[in-house]
Design a protein around this ligand. Structure first.
Ligand code: ZN
Length: 392
């Protein structure tokens, strides 16, 4: 923690973004956006609140792209990893790193290590990040089944802890998971669903998909044998290989949603991973709806590479900045319209996770926005909870 982080300025009472190319995420043309006390107050042309008696901070957008702040559906705020022993535990996420990545809302999970990592620590990390204007939610459970919880059960976690909005990432088809049965998964989804209903939350279950050949079969089985809606699941890492990607496309056609991981390594690519931006373009070309396709960074996770015998060869930290990079790549390399690419990292994850004031630019929504260079889509300004961050 630096003194600059502790001293981050509060949100100005009124902030006017003038003459921006608005992507809400749908393209709405040139207009002004007025923010007040951490919310979006008004959108229109020629907005001029000067003279209302409250100081106004003005940012001249001059035609740059104004987009919703990114909603990153999987991050490890306390650090992930540990698959190579204690020295391979990843460091916690720094707020400045998230802001520099254009991420204003993130959903934090434990991951593989639920022994030296805890939900109490995850909650503390989330609340520390929130002091910088970030909106941070967390998930009950970990890779393991039966699910590890904060209060003793999933339902209580969701009902009693405001930041807890779902469960995950529960691991399936992975040598690091608990090899759960369909019945165990159905029980977790049912608890998450009822806990979510009682608390007014989505209760979505984020499912970590490994590279074992059964793919998403367990989720189908759980939703076929028991009355667990297929939309309760949100499987991630579905771009891990072409076989799982094809299974994921089928899962969306059956009514489900899927998530593509934007962090990668040369080892993952050599193992057949489909880059997230390309996976998104292929899914759209296959006619799948953007409302059920999301991108997430897996930020601060370890990116382990195992050899054919299952030995750990190398480990890298997953960059949260890969999320914006994937949006840029989807547009610039794969021809995905900007509004659609943005939706995969804003409106879609916000809807899947039940975050009603996130992921869109509209009056009444939270003041989480990005200014992107109109030509390169490079990040120029992040506004999180009405507070401005700019690269130094
Ligand atoms: Zn995972």
């Amino acid at each position: 923690m630096t003194s600059a982080e502790l001293d981050s300025p509060p949100a100005p009472p009124l902030l006017l973004l003038r003459d921006a190319e608005l992507h809400a995420p749908e393209a709405l043309g040139r207009c002004d956006v007025l923010l007040a006390h951490g919310r979006i107050l008004a959108i229109g042309q020629g907005l001029d609140p000067r003279g209302c008696g409250v100081p106004v901070t003005v940012i001249e957008a001059a035609g740059d792209v104004l987009a919703p702040g990114l909603v990153d559906g999987l991050v490890h705020p306390g650090g992930g990893g540990g698959e190579g022993g204690f020295a391979t535990r990843m460091a916690p996420l720094n707020a400045g790193t998230a802001l520099a990545a254009g991420v204003t809302t993130l959903i934090g999970a434990l991951g593989t290590d639920d022994v030296t990592r805890s939900h109490a620590d995850l909650l503390a990390c989330a609340r520390a990040l929130a002091t910088r204007g970030l909106s941070v939610y967390i998930l009950s459970g970990s890779y393991r089944v039966p699910a590890v919880t904060l209060t003793g059960c999933i339902r209580r976690d969701l009902v009693l802890v405001p930041e807890m909005i779902g469960v995950g990432e529960i691991a399936i088809a992975d040598h690091r998971g608990s090899q759960p049965s369909a019945a165990e998964l159905a029980r977790i989804a049912a608890d998450a669903r009822v806990g979510g209903m009682l608390a007014g939350k989505s209760g979505t279950v984020l499912v970590h998909c490994g590279d074992a050949p059964e793919g998403l079969a367990l989720l189908r089985e759980a939703s076929t044998r028991w009355p667990v809606p297929i939309r309760q699941w949100h499987p991630t890492h579905v771009n891990r290989n072409a076989r799982l990607l094809a299974d994921g496309f089928a899962f969306v056609r059956e009514g489900g949603s899927i998530d593509f991981t934007t962090s990668s390594t040369p080892g993952f690519a050599a193992a057949g991973e489909v880059p997230a931006a390309r996976a998104l373009a292929e899914a759209l070309a296959a006619g799948l709806p953007i409302a059920r396709l999301s991108l997430s960074s897996d930020g601060q996770a370890s990116l382990p590479h195992f050899d054919a015998e299952g030995r750990l060869c190398s480990l890298e930290v997953a960059p949260i900045g890969s999320l914006l990079a994937a949006v840029q790549s989807a547009v610039q390399t794969h021809g995905v319209p900007l509004a659609t690419a943005l939706a995969a990292a804003t409106a879609t994850p916000a809807a899947i996770w039940g975050l009603a004031r996130k992921g869109r630019i509209a009056p009444g929504m939270d003041a989480d926005l990005l200014l992107l260079d109109r030509a390169t889509l490079a990040l120029k300004t992040t506004i999180a909870g009405g507070r401005c961050w700019r690269p130094s």
